[in-house]
Design a protein around this ligand. Structure first.
Ligand code: NDP
Ligand code: BG6
Length: 489
């Protein structure tokens, strides 16, 4: 039913794809948490949208079930949240569906339209929602990844959205930027003076970024098979981590200042060529195996057809600028690996000269900064220390961690870890785009990624099998050992 005109309308969140997997697992629970923390804007109405014809009451019951799948939902908290929740059934890519939605929404002070739907319908939905009068200067559009499958398709998608809204109205989500520990990279680098003088190729030997998952592709195999690990994880989440590690200090945290520095890093990524790609990239695809003590099927069986989609990628890249000249960055990510771990390792160079005895020198390990993002949140700086006690050889040394355990600090006052989307949704309501991805970043990242895929196609690179539960295919160690280094496992 259309909402009656209101003399003092409040804000509205239209959640396109309000019955989908992402909405059920992440977005609705995040909104519920924001309600519990009294952080939702006053008077906010939430309208879930999909095409399945269910009633608003059914939808409310389904929303409760979805949130309860993650945590206990008390009646008191639910009663505060539920009056906000509404449902609209219709196809937003069709003019009549969008028009009916506009009538349903009625008046509003601000409108957020969250596209938690397949990117294949972003363009058509934008067109019909704009024609229905839902995209005005009071509207913000939130876009889920993937923004395209390559540079060309991302440009088309960005152009379709730009045709109806300005860049300031567009919030492109990379949920890694909503994780507390990812934001902490900014604090670590720019709220401490000790690292900056060392943060260059003069002192840093190499950098590793690992995003390991135990999960397989599950019921997202038709999406995943079209994308693979490079486009699903590396093009967005890992490249964002890389940018935060490698960018120059921005003048301030204004979204444009940060974006400009990230884009400079992306422009400086050394392109790969057919001649070099086999030395720089290892692709893998999981076969059957054992993960977390359970036998699991191989990727081909799950997908049900022959495919060369990679479920694992490791690569070495270089950033050709003054700060990072000669420092290799090793990135690896994969599904069905033995453990869930997101970790950044900054490996410092060995001492230029040792003042210690031969026996103490045997103990010497170069300093290393290890930033664990998932599942534990922890930052350790490995420093050399005198090993206590007396020996015939004299002074001995050992590497000891100076540790900053973030688990407690970031677990929230109710003892739980925040969902990354809570922060991002709050920032959308506040209109703060610092943690969102600008069109230029997306397109520059695709430009480099397209070069990598072109090179590997020309070179005929195919994924090598690895057993589920192992740390990737043969060749992944050789990739790093060729530079004289090792994976930090
Ligand atoms: P699902 O396929 O689970 O959900 C899609 C939703 O969109 C359903 O609610 C569907 O309902 C609705 N929908 C589809 N077409 C229309 C239409 N024309 N008009 C109105 N509603 C429509 O997708 P996910 O939730 O998995 O993904 C949503 C987005 O989030 C995608 O962009 C995905 O890439 C991204 N994403 C998802 C992640 C995840 O873990 N699931 C992780 C990161 C990003 P109905 O069919 O009834 O209309
Ligand atoms: C999504 C990818 O963007 O990120 C998934 O599409 C992946 O394939 C997920 O599993 C990982 O997110 P997180 O927060 O669990 O590390």
């Amino acid at each position: 039913m259309a909402k009656a005109p209101d003399s003092n309308p409040g804000p509205v969140l239209v959640l396109l794809g309000g019955t989908g997997d992402l909405a059920r697992r992440m977005l609705l629970p995040s909104l519920f948490h924001l309600e519990k923390d009294k952080l939702l804007p006053d008077g906010l109405r939430l309208i879930g949208v999909a095409r399945d014809g269910q009633s608003a009451d059914q939808y409310r019951a389904n929303v409760r079930t979805a949130i309860a799948a993650r945590e206990t939902v008390s009646d008191e908290d639910w009663q505060r949240f539920v009056p906000r929740v509404d449902y609209f059934s219709g196809d937003v890519t069709k003019p009549e569906g969008a028009k009916a939605l506009a009538e349903h929404v009625g008046d509003y002070s601000e409108l957020v339209i969250y596209f938690s739907v397949s990117p294949s319908i972003f363009a058509a939905a934008c067109q019909s929602l704009a024609a229905a009068g839902l995209i005005t200067d009071k509207t913000r559009l939130v876009l889920e990844k993937p923004i395209g499958r390559d540079l060309e398709s991302s440009k088309q998608l960005n152009a379709a959205v730009a045709a109806v809204a300005s860049e300031e109205q567009i919030f492109r989500i990379d949920h890694y930027l909503g994780k507390e520990t990812v934001q902490n990279l900014i604090a670590l680098r720019f709220a401490n003076i000790v690292f900056e003088p060392l943060w260059t190729s003069h002192s840093i030997d190499y950098v590793q970024i690992t995003v390991a998952e135990t999960e397989g592709v599950g019921d997202r195999s038709s999406y995943y098979n079209e994308y693979g690990a490079l486009r699903d994880m590396l093009q967005n989440h890992m490249i964002q981590l890389l940018c935060l590690i490698a960018m120059e200090p921005p003048a301030d945290l204004d979204p444009d200042s940060v974006r400009q520095e990230k884009v400079k890093v992306l422009k400086a990524l050394r392109p790969m060529s057919r001649a070099t790609v086999a030395q720089e990239v290892v692709l893998g695809q999981y076969g059957a195996g054992v993960v977390d003590g359970k036998s699991v099927e191989g990727y081909l069986k799950e997908v049900g057809k022959p495919t060369n989609t990679e479920t694992f990628i490791a690569l070495r890249l270089f950033i050709d600028n003054w700060r990072w000249a000669g420092t290799p960055f090793f990135l690896r990510t994969g599904k069905r690996l033995p453990e869930r771990r997101t970790q950044i390792v900054i490996q410092f160079k060995p001492l230029p000269h040792s003042v210690f005895s031969a026996s103490a020198n045997q103990d010497m390990v170069a300093n290393r900064l290890v930033i664990d993002l998932q599942p534990q949140e922890d930052i350790s700086l490995l420093l050399m220390n005198q090993r206590p006690g007396l020996t015939q050889e004299g002074m001995r040394l050992q590497s000891m961690p100076l540790s900053l355990s973030l688990a407690k600090a970031y677990s929230g006052k109710d003892g739980r870890r925040r969902i990354a989307y809570e922060r991002l949704l709050l920032d959308v309501f506040r209109g703060d785009r610092t943690l969102f991805v600008h069109r230029n970043e997306v397109e520059e990242a695709w430009r480099w990624v397209d070069g990598v895929t072109d090179a590997w196609l020309e070179a005929g690179l195919k994924p090598k099998q690895y057993a589920a539960g192992s740390m990737g295919p043969a060749g992944v160690h050789a990739l790093i050992e060729r530079s004289g280094h090792q994976w930090h496992d």
